[in-house]
Design a protein around this ligand. Structure first.
Ligand code: NAD
Ligand code: UDP
Length: 335
């Protein structure tokens, strides 16, 4: 099978490309390098021994996307490309709506023209909003989002559902990720945020490496056992494997829109993450308690039962693995 992976040089995309190559898929990548670098292509080759064809075009350039479909006999698409910084999306909503929505619409239009109708989409747990129960299950549906970023995910899910209604030859998988962290165990690929990170693990890494002085823990007065927020962290390699299972499902099932949570089902607090990181890596993470961050929920985690039953997928890696592999990648970066 020939898979087009959009955003395939980014954090989750690159790990998924590795897993696809290891399952003998032919992989083609489109990534405009907005938040990645071409060197990742060579790192993927170092890990897998296999070559990936990379187009550095922008999905907003519909002609360029069409050319990729003309030049390659693509069977299916995994769509990771998009902007993903929640805070930035609040400051620059038009930029987020433009890139995330228009690139997806261009891609779907070109797919339709070429009669390619198998599509896996990177959605997010953020689409649940605040459903009042911390254990998120797919039947809850989409809630009220708190950022333009989250709204783009809801809108794209809706677009894909509408597309299926209009033409039920489409096979679509909406994968709702929880909190991806970790890195490939080789330490060759991982997450490389530009500037000051917003997310917890990238911030911890920059404090541990000395690049940033101190981690602010946003609130210790939540209604959780240690007062800090609880999230469902998932190792990026487990997440990548979930995509291979989702493709397999689309290849072997009736057409339709399939929705899955990809999470572990277990939540960890911010302090548990910091303490585990320090323990497994033997490094100090300076931290202090700071005021709550606007929009944060005290706790949420996945109900991963549906993915287990239908995709035969579950997370295998531990929090220790996530902390060790994240630091291993960072150490190689700063060497
Ligand atoms: P990432 O930024 O590392 O990867 C996205 C890639 O898309 C980048 O390499 C970027 O250069 C590329 N890209 C962006 N706009 C493009 C365009 N117009 N044309 C071509 N390429 C473009 O992000 P990631 O963490 O790997 O996330 C992948 C997907 O998963 C995103 O859609 C993101 O919203 C979603 N997601 C991520 C998380 C997370 O915490 N990382 C959580 C839930 C959902
Ligand atoms: N967090 C924190 N300090 C930081 C970044 C994040 O205390 O510098 C907390 C944040 O309040 C949340 C958790 O870590 O409870 C995970 O935050 P992240 O932004 O990584 O993910 P999300 O908010 O999307 O779940």
């Amino acid at each position: 099978m020939k898979v087009l992976v959009t955003g395939g040089l980014g954090f989750i995309g690159s790990h998924t490309v590795v897993e696809l190559l290891e399952k003998d898929y032919d992989v083609i990548v489109i990534d405009n390098l907005y938040n990645s670098e071409l060197a990742v292509k060579d790192k993927i080759k170092q890990i897998t021994g296999k070559e990936v064809k990379v187009y550095t075009d922008d999905l907003l350039d519909k002609q360029a996307v069409d050319k990729i479909f003309v030049e390659n006999d693509i069977d299916e698409v995994i769509h990771f490309a998009g902007y993903k910084a929640v805070g930035e999306s609040v400051r620059k909503p038009l930029m987020y709506y433009h890139n995330n929505l228009m690139s997806t619409i261009n891609l779907l239009e070109v797919m339709k023209e070429h009669n390619v109708k198998k599509f896996v989409f990177s959605s997010s747990a953020t689409i649940y909003g605040d459903p009042g129960n911390p254990k998120y299950v797919e039947t809850m549906g989409r809630g009220k989002t708190t950022s333009p970023y989250g709204t783009t995910k809801c809108m794209i899910e809706q677009i894909l559902e509408d597309l299926y209604v209009s033409d039920n030859e489409w096979s679509i998988s909406l994968l709702r990720y929880f909190n991806p962290i970790g890195a490939h165990e080789s330490g060759l690929i991982g997450e490389k945020p530009n500037g000051i990170p917003n997310n917890l693990m990238p911030y911890i890494l920059k404090v541990a490496s000395g690049e940033l002085e101190i981690l602010n823990i946003f609130g210790n007065d939540y209604n959780t056992p240690d007062g800090t927020c609880i999230r469902d962290y998932i190792h990026v390699v487990d997440l990548a494997k979930g995509h291979v299972c989702a493709l397999d499902k689309l290849e072997n099932s009736a057409s339709g829109v399939y929705v899955y949570n990809l999470g572990s089902g277990k939540g960890y607090s911010v302090l548990e993450i910091v303490n585990t990181f320090e323990r497994v890596n033997g490094v100090k993470v300076n931290h202090q308690i700071a005021p709550r961050r606007a929009g944060d929920l005290a706790e949420f985690f996945a109900d991963p039962t549906k993915a287990l039953n239908e995709l035969k997928w579950k997370t295998e890696k531990t929090l220790e693995d996530m902390c060790r592999d994240s630091w291993n990648f960072m150490k190689k970066e700063i060497e």
